[in-house]
Design a protein around this ligand. Structure first.
Ligand SMILES: [Cu+2]
Length: 120
């Protein structure tokens, strides 16, 4: 009984940590971040990464096709509805780099944006 409780506690602890945005890198050293896109928001809209680390964004458009353009990293990728899209980059300098939706998706398309914050 005690062992069972301990196991449950350990699993809960692991799960909590694994689900946060700043979770430790996976075994391959990649900082993986999941994101969704829908009219007219990216969630999360601000992501925080470290300079020099490999970043893997997994972005899923949930309502219709969208796009994500991150000019700093020369990325412009269509996001097909319901289909996770993997985007990888390695930031080489610190700063705040905006991204935006790159597929016209309706009235507030122009305000569908966010930022990658790269820390030293
Ligand atoms: Cu759009």
């Amino acid at each position: 009984m005690i062992a069972a409780l301990f196991t449950f506690g350990a699993l809960a602890f692991f799960h909590l940590h694994a689900s946060t945005q700043d979770a430790p890198k996976d075994a391959t050293g990649v900082h993986e971040i999941k994101m969704t896109a829908k009219k007219f928001v990216f969630e999360p809209s601000s992501i925080r990464v470290k300079k020099g680390e490999q970043v893997r964004l997994i972005v899923t458009a949930t309502d219709r096709d969208h796009g994500i353009a991150i000019d700093e990293f020369h990325i412009n990728q269509r996001l097909r509805a319901g289909q996770p899209t993997i985007i990888e980059f390695t930031p080489t300098k610190a700063g705040k780099f905006p991204f935006n939706c790159s597929v016209v998706c309706g009235g507030d398309h122009g305000s569908m944006n966010g930022a990658v914050v790269v820390e030293e």
